[in-house]
Design a protein around this ligand. Structure first.
Ligand code: F6P
Length: 373
């Protein structure tokens, strides 16, 4: 008899999730003779036992659809809010999967999902994950589906901002998602020809950014487009942030931890409007009018590009093969030209930031793009 498998999508949605569900499902059902169900709303559906059958018909026509047909959530399985209480729901998940006679659960998600998957794997569940995120920050994989589409969207936005910045002789700052990593901003910034690119990995000085813009002015370029990562910070804000983070890591007692976490949350909150602050500072320093465009969730919406559909489909089939062979506790990862199964212990709790010696940074420097350094 074929295996019975559950699949879910967790964390922020991302273009390519449906392509991955379809890729896994078609291979699992059609090629390996498995039976498939889909849990609704990520980990929450797994805990609350909410699922739908996924047969060939349910998988048909979803390749190009954005978002996720299953729904998603950002729950942590060991700390879930249930009826107003925070509870560890690992045992409930194991019990639900046993009752459903599932041989495995496939989870499509990013760093948070890898942590949930590892916790459930350690609790005895057969789990495999697929790397999904627009941020491209998952350790152990060269890339993740969603990233290429989001980079396309952000690049097009930068293209469009150029013509309006140029017409009005303005500085336009565009804030690009990416959480704590600068991949999206750097990739779209280079592809869109941004004049300045600011990344979380390289704390910037406002003076250096305004010098780049003033130098352009002197050369007759009376406008500038600045691509700002949502996690980018100036040197002083970065110092506050790093100190607050260190405090959380070094606090031992429960009370000390709580106070440190509250302090960190306050620091993050105070820095939330950093792109607007930078716009005001650049306006004062250069004399050019400045405007801000926050790209936000537009970057996560809509149809996946061809590269993401291809990646998601291939990862889906790689995961189906792994389930058929009984390889669990792993993430199906894109490595070089091919794919590998990477242990979840090498993925969970790790963040893939842009290395400072990465070729994209070198390219930006050689193009004369300001990095605020
Ligand atoms: O991880 C994807 C992402 O879009 C990040 O770029 C961003 O920081 C975060 O999710 C936003 O999260 P939420 O959807 O919970 O607002």
């Amino acid at each position: 008899m074929g295996k019975r498998v559950g699949i879910l999508t967790a964390g922020g949605d991302s273009p390519g999730l449906n392509a991955a569900i379809r890729g896994f499902g078609k291979a699992a059902i059609g090629h390996h003779g498995m039976e498939l169900i889909g849990f609704r709303d990520g980990i929450r559906g797994l805990v609350e036992n909410r699922h739908i059958p996924l047969d060939g018909r349910a998988l048909s026509g979803i390749l190009t659809i954005g978002g996720t047909i299953l729904g998603t959530s950002r729950d942590k399985v060991h700390k879930m809010s249930i009826d107003g209480e925070i509870r560890d729901m690992r045992a409930t998940v194991i019990e639900n999967c046993e009752k459903l006679k599932l041989d495995a659960v496939v989870m499509l998600g990013g760093g948070g999902t890898a942590k949930n998957a590892l916790r459930l794997s350690e609790a005895g569940l057969n789990v495999i994950t697929l790397p999904k995120t627009i941020d491209n920050d998952i350790a152990g994989t060269d890339t993740s589906f969603g990233f290429a589409t989001a980079m396309e969207i952000a690049t097009e936005a930068i293209d469009r901002l150029h013509s309006t910045a140029h017409s009005h002789h303005r500085i336009i700052l565009t804030e690009i998602m990416g959480h704590r990593a600068g991949w999206l901003t750097l990739g779209a910034g280079i592809a869109g020809g941004a004049d300045v690119i600011l990344l979380p990995e390289i704390p910037y000085s406002v003076e250096n950014v305004s010098d780049t813009i003033t130098a352009r002015l002197k050369r007759g370029s009376t406008f500038s487009v600045v691509a700002v990562a949502e996690g980018a910070r100036d040197v002083s804000d970065n110092a506050d942030y790093v100190a607050a983070e260190l405090l959380v890591k070094s606090s031992k007692t429960g009370e000390g931890q709580r106070a440190a976490r509250t302090h960190l949350a306050n620091v993050v909150d105070a820095q939330r409007e950093h792109t607007f602050k930078l716009a005001r500072e650049l306006e004062a320093a250069t004399g050019l009018e400045s405007r801000v465009t926050i790209l936000g969730y537009v970057q996560r919406g809509g149809i996946p590009c061809a590269a993401d559909r291809l990646l998601a489909s291939r990862l889906g089939t790689v995961a189906a093969d792994a389930v058929a062979r009984g390889e669990f506790g792993v993430m199906a990862a894109a490595r070089g030209e091919g794919f590998e199964l990477v242990p979840l212990t090498e993925v969970a709790g790790k963040l893939k930031l842009v290395p400072l010696d990465h070729g994209w940074i070198e390219t930006a420097r050689q193009l004369g793009t300001g990095l605020g350094e």
